[in-house]
Ligand binder design. Structure first.
Ligand code: DC
Length: 231
């Protein structure tokens, strides 16, 4: 059967990666978490002190972007690909609230976007890919056969992210997680370069009141229809 490209966009913690992983597994497609790539650049910037409490050394980061190699390696135990920066697994490091609090500002830098978008388009050259992010249906794969735009209320999303962080053992308050979610929403949808917007041909899924199973069944039907159309 002919393979298609599936683009999943939406605000943070809308469950994009959960559904993307489910779909990739169901279809035998590659899954790429594009947010992890922006997080990897953020981690690199933190490690090299290009990010300090009150100051971003943006020019220094830009002139060091050539030193960044991001790759994904499938972890059969977890059932998805983990992100590597220059050969080192940084999957755990990039999920902290500290990285989350800087990543939207890193994602505003056009030179960073240009570099990562090129790599993402290369990964999708042969189709058979599910990629989630903020600009996948609008910029990375404008011709994707299926585009989904996931939404849920900020409180629902903050609760999900808070539970994830607490489960990992991070010491965070619900209030700071909610603040992080809301401030990332604002920056992601107001930046000049590739702001988060719903592509005209994307299908909106509000999962505030949907179980994971209900959501997957709905999306699976959309995929089946697209696969038949592109047969
Ligand atoms: O999906 P996430 O929360 O891991 O993404 C982290 C940040 O990266 C998010 O705040 C915005 C940015 N991002 C982006 O600008 N474009 C993408 N395609 C993916 C993520």
């Amino acid at each position: 059967m002919k393979q298609i490209t599936i683009a999943i966009d939406g605000f943070s913690s809308t469950g994009k990666s959960t559904v993307a992983k489910q779909l990739a597994k169901h279809l035998g497609y590659i899954y790429v978490d594009s947010g992890a790539m922006y997080r990897a650049v953020t981690w690199f910037a933190m490690q090299h002190h290009f990010i300090e409490k009150d100051h971003f050394h943006i020019q220094d980061l830009i002139s060091n972007l050539h030193k960044i190699t991001i790759s994904f390696k499938f972890n059969p135990e977890l059932g998805f690909a983990e992100v590597y920066l220059n050969g080192k697994n940084i999957e755990q490091q990039i999920r902290t609230l500290e990285v989350s609090s800087f990543v939207s500002q890193i994602a505003e830098i056009s030179e960073v976007r240009e570099l990562l978008v090129k790599q993402q388009q290369k990964m999708g050259e042969c189709k058979g890919i599910v990629m989630d992010g903020r600009d996948i249906g609008t910029v990375v794969f404008p011709n994707a056969e299926l585009k989904l735009f996931m939404t849920a209320s900020a409180e629902t999303r903050a609760k999900r992210r808070y539970n994830e962080l607490i489960e990992r053992g991070d010491n965070v308050s619900f209030k700071e997680v909610l603040h992080n979610v809301q401030s990332r929403d604002y920056i992601d949808s107001h930046r000049e370069d590739s702001p988060l917007t719903k592509a005209n041909d994307a299908i909106e899924i509000d999962n505030s009141n949907m179980s994971l199973e209900q959501q997957f069944n709905k999306i699976r039907q959309l995929v089946e229809t697209k696969l038949q159309e592109n047969h």
